[in-house]
Ligand binder design. Sequence first.
Ligand SMILES: CC(C)(COP(=O)(O)OP(=O)(O)OC[C@H]1O[C@@H](n2cnc3c(N)ncnc32)[C@H](O)[C@@H]1OP(=O)(O)O)[C@@H](O)C(=O)NCCC(=O)NCCS
Length: 181
Amino acid sequence: MLIRHVKRADIPSISRLYFETVRRVNTHTYTAEKILAWAPRIYRDTFWQQRLHRYTVFVAEKEGIIIGFTELARSGEIDCFYVHHAYQHQGVGSALMARIEQEVRSRRHPRLLANVSVTAEPFFHRMGFAVVRRQIKIQRNRAFKQAVMEKRWRTRHRGVRTANTRLTQRAPQARVSHQGS
Ligand SMILES: CC(C)(COP(=O)(O)OP(=O)(O)OC[C@H]1O[C@@H](n2cnc3c(N)ncnc32)[C@H](O)[C@@H]1OP(=O)(O)O)[C@@H](O)C(=O)NCCC(=O)NCCS
């Protein structure tokens, strides 16, 4: 399995994967009418193309097939996170999460944030996330339960570790904060 940045040629696969994963996997935890509101049809490629401007998108590829994808906003928030229905529980989600965490850490963000479906909450817990709050999202007049979840870690600023130890500031503008892990 290869985790890489998205290419434009991946978009039709992403579009279909999203639709089929919602219709076949999320259906275990949401009612049929909610599933219809969540994924009413296979969206046009332009819908996904526009999102490429807003997100860093990673895909998981195996033998030429797109088997998962995820979108990361500049803020460090995960939006879409979907694994192909035929490749569930095979480590695809873990591999995508590892890549996204690497990306966010390289941007010096202290945390990853996600609005998580009921279906995916156990997976996010397993990945080290904790629930910050619970909320209801309205989509096409249907109410969806979501958990806002985050994963925090300690950050380094200019080589200075921001743990709860005594710190030496190496640059006047270096800000030191304490982040839980
Ligand atoms: C949630 C999802 C992305 C997980 O992807 P995945 O490739 O199946 O996850 P992995 O195989 O990497 O699983 C990693 C760990 O999480 C656990 N896990 C995954 N899904 C789980 C579930 N529904 N319940 C309990 N544990 C789960 C696995 O058992 C595994 O634990 P282990 O390392 O101890 O074996 C996938 O199930 C999916 O696409 N769900 C539907 C779409 C969705 O709701 N996306 C999120 C929108 S916010």
